[in-house]
Design a protein around this ligand. Structure first.
Ligand code: HEM
Length: 392
């Protein structure tokens, strides 16, 4: 089989200002090149898959395309849910019941109450920030409550969460090591407090007391899974909310139609996830040599599966570059598929629904002042600022 002469659109550079500002630019460059492209601008270099069929193939073959070396471009040791069977099976079973639809729907009244409190706090303000004042605190507060930990320092949590996601896609993750160590130390003390308290039935207490092979799991393992859940759900859900509102408040001002009941809530959320995935891409590592579209990928090599590009595959989605809240729902890949399908998908969608209901009731004339700022890490897509005003 031939390699490595894969045709890469000359300019593909995920860190260039134009691709950072608009992932649609990366997507067009990816489709201008071959199905399987070799990307040398990162150390270590990796292969990129962008077509729906190929991303789907990788997701549905988790024993050939492994998760244990990390979901980012850097190689890391397997741990917690970022792993492969049997470790993955154990951790997934430990937490997934808490995130099933039946468990998540019970959180709705509490989410609605938090949303009301957050909107009370901006009531009467001439301008406010949809990221800072709403879409960042909502997911952080609810995940702290699910874990059974104090919510009095959410700014600190947010900072640690941001460092964790930055480390995931950074060429030099060591720069975040000392802050991340502080996060570990904080969580380890919570785990140790909760483990012996048998009246505490929170998710964190149950993780702390989980048993594997006849022994309670170590502090280190408990901290790892708590951290992973915490980090996986925050920035992503925040981004879903800001991305969705940026589109509804942007060109065409579909917010008025939404508030008039002309747009289906589920379709709007699905379309936001398809068009603006909070996680643009993730990585797998080849267990053995693989052949994709005539390209040989060596064993133990990182493969980027570009969710955002697969979501705009013209073979699957008509007019894929249009943001169209009325499009028929087809399976977008923004929560992945198969064994590693997002544990928190139901929670994230419910949070977005609660936001839409609360905002349409309280701020039906809302206007976007500008598109604010993009979140930092290149694998992520969302706003870190989204200034708005109540309108009239
Ligand atoms: C809109 C919000 C969210 C998006 C777009 C999202 C996206 C994803 C994606 C793409 C994956 C697969 C990762 C891979 O390919 O390796 C994933 C996995 C995961 N997500 Fe989410 N996620 C969101 C919210 C959440 C929330 C709220 C939680 C939990 C509180 C969560 C917990 C997880 C966990 C634990 C995994 C690992 C699953 C496994 O490997 O078995 N996510 N998510």
């Amino acid at each position: 089989m031939s390699n490595p002469g894969t045709q890469q659109a000359a300019q593909l550079n995920f860190l260039s200002p134009e691709e950072m500002a608009d992932p649609g630019v990366s997507i067009q460059r990816l489709y201008a090149g071959d199905r399987c492209q070799y990307y040398e601008l990162f150390d270590p270099p990796f292969y990129v898959l962008s077509r729906y069929e190929d991303v789907n193939h990788v997701l549905m073959n988790p024993t050939r395309f492994l998760s244990g070396s990390g979901q980012g471009p850097n190689f890391i040791e397997p741990g917690g849910i970022v792993s492969d069977a049997p470790m993955h099976t154990f951790y997934r079973q430990l937490v997934q019941n808490d995130f099933k639809p039946g468990s998540i729907s019970k959180l709705q009244p509490r989410l609605e109450a938090i949303a009301e409190e957050l909107l009370d706090a901006v009531e009467g303000k001439e301008t406010w920030d949809l990221h800072d004042d709403f879409s960042f605190p909502l997911p952080v507060i609810i995940i702290c409550e699910i874990f059974g930990i104090p919510t009095d320092d959410i700014a600190q949590f947010k900072m640690w969460s941001d460092y964790s996601v930055a480390a995931l896609s950074s060429p030099d993750p060591t720069q975040y090591a000392s802050e991340l160590q502080r996060m570990q130390d904080y969580i380890v003390s919570l785990v140790r407090d909760k483990r012996p308290d048998m009246r505490d039935n929170s998710l964190m207490a149950r993780i702390a007391r989980a048993r594997q092979d006849g022994a309670t799991i170590s502090d280190e393992d408990a901290v790892r899974i708590v951290t992973q859940l915490f980090v996986a759900g925050n920035e992503t859900t925040t981004s879903l909310m800001t991305n969705l509102m940026m589109r509804l408040l942007g060109d065409g001002y579909r917010w008025a139609d939404f508030c008039a009941g002309k747009i289906d809530v589920d379709k709007a959320i699905n379309e936001s996830l398809r068009y603006d995935p909070p996680l643009l891409a993730m990585f797998r590592t080849t267990a053995a040599e693989e052949d994709i579209a005539g390209v040989t990928i060596p064993a133990n090599t990182k493969v980027m599966i570009h969710y955002a590009a697969a979501n705009r595959d013209p073979k699957v989605f008509e007019n894929p570059h249009d943001f169209d809240v009325d499009r028929p729902v087809r399976k977008m890949l923004s929560f992945a598929l198969g064994l590693h399908f997002c544990v928190g998908a139901e929670l994230a969608k419910l949070e977005a629904k609660v936001m839409l209901a609360a905002l349409s009731k309280r701020q039906p004339n809302l206007q976007m002042i500008n598109e604010g700022d993009r979140v930092g890490p290149f694998l992520f897509w969302g706003r870190s600022k989204l200034p708005v005003k109540p309108g009239n």
